[in-house]
Design a protein around this ligand. Structure first.
Ligand code: ADP
Length: 520
């Protein structure tokens, strides 16, 4: 019954583990998919921003880089076209001939005079050699976003963006180079495309970062929390040293993810453990079942044998008596005695088998009543008296006087005691004597049955209480038995809230002890 509950609970646990794993798999796949969708959508937002900002820069340069005016007029209108008033995006413009020499009047700058001159010198010596002007085709535009050693600004490195184009006017080839006003682009162009940040409400944080990850625009000290969705979309045409970074501002995201990770590993670990445990129990149960089946068939042949022997003895002596084939009344009484003894033995075997069958079916078979246990034990010894005499064994019985009454099923307990004495006569007849003690030990009453027989191998001392188990030694000696006696004794002891144990060493005899609790 208890095994059935355990098996059912196990099946349920394995099923639950399988469902949990399936659920985990499903939720993992769907959360990954939704995260990927979210990430793709964010990348698209970033690409849009990059495109819009670059488009603004490109369109703004058009007036200068794609001017339809001939060179002379273009130079005349250079300052006007560059529109160098404060707040605009062009800082200075250089017009160079095909030898990359500055054309007279080919330089306008938004910088004050001295600074403007310094900047021009620095540009000609430090920046110009870096610009890939020679590779340009006519009317082709290019951009260079880079870091230069910033001499006019002392030792600071200067990040600059230069846009340029190769033009032809008449037979003259010339180059226009624009120094974009990066500070103004950052200060006035970026804010148009990036919404103002509200950490409480904004779902996304926008930043522009340089190649080292330093923040160029946006919240300076905001670092995307670990595990939060973050995408970086680089500028492609103009500001290609920089990227737009978009991330979730919510710091809780990391915690949620951490929590989910712990939950997931617990879930997966737990489920796998339960399933492995289930598998293990299954393997164990199959092995146990197979063993039980082997023992059962052995049991059937043992019992049949046990039944047949007394029956054939009874039949033989009964027939002799019936036919009057006796030498006298003495022999007749001897035959009758044999018949009686074998019938008793047969009866006890049948009792054992029937009781065992009842236990196997799990029926409530015990009826408890307050009983004098000493009397029950003495009666049991009486019942096996003849059997002891046949085995030429003596029994010493010590019953402690004035033992308290215990709740006992007298029939079942008698059967248990008889089984223990029977076993001693069967397996320990060589020891010639049995000692039976009933005494109080603290809160228990203990019945011990001691013999001086061959003892039991320590490895088998637990197994002999299993149903159908018979020790190797007795199987070899072909001593008959069914293997259910001790299983029955244990069941009876446990039904009385006690138990049975054995103490034995090979060659030193065995002591079986049944203990029962004394009711309070
Ligand atoms: P059976 O006696 O029918 O074989 P039991 O369940 O009564 O079945 O006993 C199981 C096994 O325990 C026996 O087969 C025997 O090997 C061993 N055994 C029981 N009692 C003794 C004993 N007093 N001395 C030695 N071995 C014993």
């Amino acid at each position: 019954m208890r095994r059935l509950i355990v098996v059912n609970a196990l099946i349920f646990a394995v099923l639950a583990a399988a469902v949990a794993l399936a659920y985990y798999g499903y939720s993992f796949v769907s959360s990954e998919a939704s995260r990927e969708r979210e990430e793709n959508a964010t990348i698209r937002i970033g690409e849009e921003k990059v495109f819009s900002i670059e488009d603004t820069i490109l369109k703004g340069d058009k007036l200068l880089l794609e001017s339809p005016l001939p060179l002379e007029q273009f130079l005349g209108k250079l300052r006007e076209l560059a529109n160098l008033t404060s707040g605009v995006r062009v800082q200075s413009v250089f017009v160079l001939d095909d030898q990359l020499k500055l054309i007279p009047d080919g330089y306008v700058s938004g910088r004050p005079d001295k600074e403007g001159v310094e900047f021009r010198e620095w540009f000609m010596s430090s920046v110009l050699p870096d610009l890939p002007l020679a590779q340009l085709r006519v009317d082709q535009r290019g951009h260079k976003h880079s870091e230069w050693d910033g001499k006019p600004y002392r030792d600071a490195a200067v990040v600059g963006l230069f846009s340029f184009a190769k033009r032809v006017s008449g037979d003259k080839t010339y180059y226009i180079v624009i120094e974009e006003h990066l500070t103004n682009i950052v200060a006035f162009v970026f804010p148009v495309y990036f919404p103002r940040l509200d950490l409480e409400r904004s779902k996304l944080v926008y930043q522009v970062i340089d190649s080292s990850g330093a923040v160029v625009y946006g919240l300076q000290f905001f670092v995307p929390p670990e595990g939060a969705l973050t995408v970086e979309v680089p500028f492609t045409e103009t500001l290609d040293m920089w990227s737009v970074r978009i991330s979730e501002p919510n710091a809780d995201v990391a915690k949620v993810i951490q929590r989910e990770r712990v939950r997931d590993s617990l879930l997966v670990g737990g489920s796998v453990t339960v399933m492995l445990a289930g598998l293990l129990v299954l393997v164990f149960a199959i092995r146990r079942e197979r063993r039980a089946n082997e023992l059962k068939s052995e049991f059937i042949s043992n019992v049949s044998h046990e039944l047949k022997t007394p029956l054939s003895i009874i039949t033989m002596f009964g027939e002799m008596l019936a036919n009057g084939r006796t030498k006298g009344p003495e022999q007749a009484s001897e035959y009758a005695d044999i018949i009686w003894r074998e019938s008793v033995r047969l009866g006890r075997l049948i009792d054992n088998v029937l009781d065992f069958a009842k236990i196997e079916r799990g029926k409530g078979i015990y009826e408890f009543a307050d009983t004098d246990i000493g009397e029950v034990v003495e009666r049991a010894v009486d019942l096996v008296g003849r059997r002891l005499a046949t085995a030429e064994m003596s029994v010493e019985v010590h019953v402690e006087p004035e033992l308290p009454l215990v709740k006992l099923d007298a029939n079942a307990f008698t059967l248990a005691v008889m089984n223990l004495i029977d076993n001693a006569t069967k397996y320990a007849a060589d020891g010639k004597r049995i000692e039976l003690k009933l005494e109080r030990q603290g809160e228990r009453i203990v019945l011990s049955v001691r013999d001086w027989g061959p003892g039991i191998d320590p490895e088998e001392q637990e197994q002999i209480f299993e149903r159908f188990y018979r020790a190797r030694a007795v199987r070899l000696k072909q001593i008959r038995g069914s293997g259910i006696g001790l299983a029955l004794v244990r069941h009876i002891a446990r039904a009385h809230h006690g138990d049975v144990i054995v103490e034995s060493a090979p060659g030193k005899g065995s002591t079986f002890r049944i203990w029962l609790p004394i009711p309070e």
